[in-house]
Design a protein around this ligand. Structure first.
Ligand code: NCD
Length: 302
């Protein structure tokens, strides 16, 4: 049986894969492509809210000449509302289309989907676990801007327990010689699994205060406290203002460093930071389109 090219975890990409994906991403950015995915259909199945991920995947598919079927609120508008299992939904949908992009609140959802599907499954976020295509666009943005893959000092700030973009970025950059700084409220610390992974790769990490390392880092990766993962609103409210970036803090950053955020932002990244030349999150989001074009091209070209 032919192996299906699912994208489930950032772990699955080798350095060689990334070089190839980034090269195609560069090409997509120049606009020099025809319609290589003509006659292909992509389904986007989102059981959780999304702006950038769904629309950039859909735009990517259309730009490459393919077509898109979408359920933007699959929880209410698909048969899931009537009680259909994810397994059944995927079994059926995979006989209509050539690939399926899914976002789902359950960490185990991608394994279920991949088992049930006849076509590639692309993980657009599975609960608190992973968001591999975001990591690809994040690392593409970082390596292009800094012009290197190794020796990068990156601070990951905010909800490291529930933030899936952080988890995938660690899985991806943990394969390179990266120096990680983890900055989070005590209740939202990174799980030990990721630390074990970094230990096994011999990669340095420190749990630090932002003010102690702000002048040393190349990348400041801010994240939102994931309100929807809290059991009660009062628990969320106790820590939702833990890390608020300010121009005063940003001022201490290195000249050639960058600020990233997967977005959406809440109060942790005030709009006044947008004018700083190191703010790179809108470019980062734009790169999402080109990176997803590259991924779709790689999976679906015949
Ligand atoms: C992220 C997500 O959904 O995990 N958003 C995104 O895809 N850019 C980050 C978040 O929701 O905080």
């Amino acid at each position: 049986m032919k192996k299906i090219n699912h994208i489930i975890s950032a772990n699955q990409f080798t350095k060689k894969d990334l070089r190839e994906i980034f090269k195609i991403t560069d090409r997509m950015k120049t606009g020099r492509y025809r319609k290589p995915l003509k006659n292909k259909i992509l389904a986007t199945l989102f059981y959780e809210p999304s702006t950038r991920t769904r629309l950039s995947f859909e735009s990517a598919m259309l730009k490459l000449g393919g077509q898109v079927l979408t359920t933007e609120n699959a929880k209410e508008s698909s048969s899931a509302f009537k009680g259909e299992s994810l397994k059944d939904s995927i079994k059926i949908i995979s006989s209509y289309v050539d690939a399926i992009v899914i976002r789902h609140p359950d960490n185990k959802s991608m394994d279920v989907a991949a088992k049930a599907s006849k076509v590639p499954i692309i993980n657009a976020g599975n609960g608190t676990d992973e968001h591999p295509t975001q990591a690809i666009l994040d690392f593409y943005t970082i390596s292009k801007r800094l012009n290197k893959f190794n020796n990068i000092h990156i601070a990951l700030v905010g909800d490291l327990k529930n933030g899936r973009t952080v988890h995938s970025l660690i899985n991806l950059m943990g394969k390179y010689n990266t120096h990680f700084y983890f900055i989070s409220p005590a209740k939202l610390k990174l799980s030990v699994n990721y630390k074990n992974f970094l230990d096994s790769e011999n990669i340095n990490y420190l749990e630090e205060k932002l003010e102690n390392i702000i002048n040393k880092i190349d990348v400041l990766y801010m994240t939102r406290i994931q309100k929807e993962r809290f059991e009660s609103l009062s628990e969320y409210k106790k820590i939702n203002r833990s890390y608020l970036l300010s121009p005063k803090i940003v001022k201490r950053m290195k000249k050639d460093s960058i600020i990233l955020h997967p977005l959406p932002r809440i109060q942790e990244l005030p709009e006044e930071i947008d004018d700083d030349y190191r703010s790179y999150y809108f470019k980062q989001a734009e790169n999402g389109l080109y990176a997803r074009m590259a991924l779709l091209y790689r999976i679906l070209r015949s």
